[in-house]
Design a protein around this ligand. Structure first.
Ligand code: AMP
Length: 297
């Protein structure tokens, strides 16, 4: 991969600095924004590359958002390798890096956003306040950066779906663009939390993408029954000593549950898995073709 090092990358540590740096560009340069929690990997870099292809200016934020972590979760442990992240961003050609100490008032946040759709399933079941925290942070970031376009990974499919609703419902003039999941060569979805895995757990974690692929293949071979597909995935995970938090097949847009695949209509279905492996909570998803590939329109 060829990167275009941007030696002129500017770093802002406060909202005022970020606004000031972008001020002169507004109106005549298009701005694409990639919000992240840092600890960057090739998945994040692919979002940056997409941003570069879509706009004149690329802004990346690095911020581990406390509002989206429950007290029992890994807020404190979450890796924050700022120097390495800044180098990766410069090497990827990022123009502005926003690295705030906090996004909220010192006295705490008295106004937050509440998600009322797509939030009470999949990750929302075990993380009930998570998406409220995500949209509140993304909203603050959007208000500071005021991008034309923002890029989010399909790795966090539910998050991407909720952000699309947020922008629509709150009438934000921002185009939301999804980016495909980037995987390790063996299939494991890249994640900052993969760093928590030891060698054995890294091997175990591979079962997550293998289980998704097995469901995909079984569906393509004609299995209609979602229960049967989920059992296939569960068996693969259990053989690798992984107990899934959820294994589900849902409509990719509405996130409604699907019981039976319709092999005569293209259903836009997607399979989702979340599982704890060692100290890491990992998520992944893949499309499920409800029609055999050769019959698809
Ligand atoms: P995070 O730093 O985990 O909050 O992720 C920041 C953005 O990168 C989110 O939009 C994620 O969906 C996206 N992302 C994380 N991992 C991947 C991946 N493996 N492939 C594509 N996008 C990803």
């Amino acid at each position: 991969m060829i990167y275009h090092t941007n030696n002129n990358m500017q770093i802002a540590h406060t909202a005022a600095e970020m606004r000031g740096q972008l001020q002169a560009l507004r109106g005549h340069k298009s701005i694409a924004f990639v919000p992240t929690m840092g600890c960057l990997h090739q998945g994040h870099i692919s979002l940056i590359e997409k941003a570069k292809s879509l706009a004149d200016i690329v802004v990346v934020s690095l911020y581990v958002n406390p509002l989206q972590f429950a007290p029992s979760e890994d807020l404190e442990q979450y890796p924050r390798p700022f120097e390495a992240d800044a180098r990766l961003c410069a090497d990827a050609g990022v123009d502005f890096l926003f690295h705030p100490a906090s996004l909220y008032p010192e006295s705490g946040c008295k106004v937050t956003l509440k998600v009322t759709t797509l939030h009470d399933c999949l990750c929302g079941t075990s993380r009930p306040d998570h998406f409220d925290g995500v949209v509140t942070a993304v909203n603050v970031l959007f208000n500071i950066v005021q991008p034309n376009i923002a890029i989010f990974g399909e790795k966090d499919w539910q998050q991407l779906s909720i952000i699309r609703h947020m922008v629509n419902d709150l009438s934000m003039p921002i185009e939301i663009v999804g980016a495909a999941i980037v995987r390790e060569p063996d299939g494991l979805a890249m994640s900052s939390r993969n760093r928590y895995l030891n060698n054995h757990e890294r091997q175990q974690a591979l079962a997550i993408s293998q289980a998704l692929i097995a469901m995909q293949q079984q569906a393509e071979n004609g299995e209609h029954d979602v229960k049967a597909l989920r059992n296939t995935a569960r068996n693969i995970l259990e053989k690798n000593a992984i107990t899934a938090q959820y294994i589900e097949i849902r409509n990719a847009t509405s996130l409604e549950e699907i019981d039976t695949l319709d092999h005569h209509n293209n259903q836009n279905s997607r399979a989702f898995i979340a599982a704890h492996v060692g100290a890491a909570r990992l998520i992944d998803n893949m499309p499920i073709h409800s029609m055999p590939q050769e019959q698809q329109p």
